[in-house]
Design a binder for this molecule. Structure first.
Ligand code: SIN
Length: 474
């Protein structure tokens, strides 16, 4: 890993003029010094991305699939190393980190094949002397801004379809997790990825680098996973050169548990949904509505399960919940819980911080409208449980938010499952499933949770243009 310090990847490795230190959230110890790229490095990367695109686009989908398959193989070969690097960078428990590397690799494997299926159409003609075709072509050089909470999977969820489609990509990883991204870029090169097709440029301040991308019309697409606030800014900036855009933004996921739910299984799903990655997942549930008939029994069983979660060193095989990513993340969690407790909520389990960046897995009841944790994403291990009476009420409360990324429900009534899933204004609905994300299904939000989809055939569409060819045959 030391060889990645202070370096960034374009068509080869470069020593950065400036660098910044990253620290492990678990120990506070330095992880390394990352290259700090700015406007000049961004402009140089665009030149390289354009030249690389002009060559990469002319390769066949089958040639590109070969490189992607080798990349997939290398990721699995280095699974443990990548997982441990991720743990050091952002504090995800090791078991989860291994799962994330496998998840990240699954996008590469899936798009290696999907690239071969970007079919065009032969359009029925209106004139005997003409033939009409619609062909699919890569959009061009792309710019990806990836988050710290899934440092590997969010990179491959963007890069795999882009590269399979024939685009080149410049990645700016989150400032907390530059090394996982650099290592993935290095493995891409080792797999035979041509120089400049996948570049990785860390930056402490993303603004100058992003400015270079926004100003240059040759960068044809922006893809971003992160907060709604930043997504809004990028949306505006992309307007000047009319770039294509995909945004996967904040969520405020409700989990509706109906009276007919299987108690033990619903608790298991809610725990998996809420506490993975210490609650730092865009699709983690943020508010759990439980129907009154099952409410008390659910809270009791949920409290036992939350109390059993093992908090500790993310590098340990036994840990369920690690630290928050940084002091800012911890401060927000503390603020949300303090606000709720001050306004009359009660902590059935947890409710406070521990030494370092750790926060106790927390279950709150007595939560009411107006509390901060019902207005915005907490992004931490805090589960507020609320009571509801009717299905209509649950749907209305679930939908009463500007966000629309993921929602969940638990019921054994098939008709209700379908009715409620259709009524929820969300891009993803997990029915009796707290962790629905897979490489071959569409992932993305509605309303202020974003635009576009990643995963499956929807994900590669984002990197393709349709060209109409009208052929006169005399
Ligand atoms: C995310 O938080 O955006 C990713 C979660 C997932 O893919 O399951």
């Amino acid at each position: 890993m030391d060889h990645l310090h202070g370096r960034y990847l374009t068509d080869g490795w470069h020593e950065a003029r400036a660098s910044f230190e990253t620290v492990s959230p678990a120990t506070g110890e330095p992880v390394g010094r990352a290259a700090d790229c700015g406007l000049d490095e961004g402009r140089q990367a665009i030149e390289i991305a354009w030249a690389a695109f002009e060559r990469w686009r002319t390769t066949t989908a089958f040639e590109r699939a070969g490189v992607l398959r080798r990349w997939h193989g290398l990721m699995l070969e280095h699974l443990d190393e990548l997982a441990r690097l991720m743990v050091r960078e952002m504090g995800k428990p090791l078991r989860e980190a291994r799962g994330e590397v496998a998840y990240a690799a699954s996008f590469v494997e899936w798009y290696a094949e999907e690239g071969k299926r970007t079919y065009g159409s032969w359009v029925p003609t209106h004139a005997a002397h003409k033939r009409l075709l619609a062909i699919r072509q890569p959009v061009g050089p792309t710019y990806a801004v990836t988050p710290w909470n899934f440092p590997a999977a969010m990179l491959t969820r963007k890069a795999a379809p882009a590269l399979a489609a024939g685009c080149s990509m410049i990645v700016k990883p989150a400032e907390q997790t530059p090394f996982t991204a650099l290592r993935l870029g290095e493995l891409w090169a080792e797999a035979g990825g041509p120089p400049g097709t996948l570049q990785v440029l860390p930056a402490l301040d993303p603004v100058p680098l992003t400015r270079a991308m926004m100003d240059d019309p040759r960068v044809r697409k922006i893809t971003f996973t992160g907060s709604t606030e930043v997504g809004r800014l990028l949306y505006r900036q992309a307007a000047d050169t009319i770039k294509k855009l995909s945004l996967e933004l904040g969520g405020h996921a409700p989990y509706l548990v109906f009276d007919d739910a299987d108690l033990e299984r619903s608790v298991r799903e809610v725990v998996a949904c809420k506490f993975r990655n210490a609650g730092q997942t865009c699709v983690c549930t943020n508010r759990i509505y439980v129907q009154e008939g099952i409410h008390d029994a659910f809270v009791a069983a949920f409290a036992r399960a939350v109390g059993d979660l093992r908090v500790g060193d993310p590098m340990s095989e036994d840990t369920d919940v690690g630290p928050l990513v940084d002091a800012q993340g911890l401060a927000k969690v503390e603020d949300h819980v303090a606000d709720a407790l001050a306004r009359g909520a009660r902590a059935v389990v947890g409710g406070g911080r521990r030494e370092g960046l750790y926060f106790d897995p927390t279950l709150l009841v007595g939560v009411t409208q107006g509390m901060k944790l019902l207005e915005e994403e907490t992004f931490g291990p805090v589960a507020p449980v609320l009571r509801f009476a009717t299905e209509d009420e649950a749907i209305a409360r679930a939908n009463a938010t500007p966000y629309g990324l993921a929602a969940y429900l638990y019921t054994n009534d098939l008709a209700r499952a379908m009715r409620v899933a259709e009524a929820l204004e969300y891009g993803i609905v997990g029915v009796n499933d707290g962790v629905p994300g897979v490489a071959h299904a569409p992932f993305g939000g509605v309303k202020q949770s974003g635009i576009g989809r990643e995963g499956g055939p929807w994900g590669i569409e984002e990197y393709l243009e349709t060209k109409y060819v009208s052929l006169g045959i005399g």
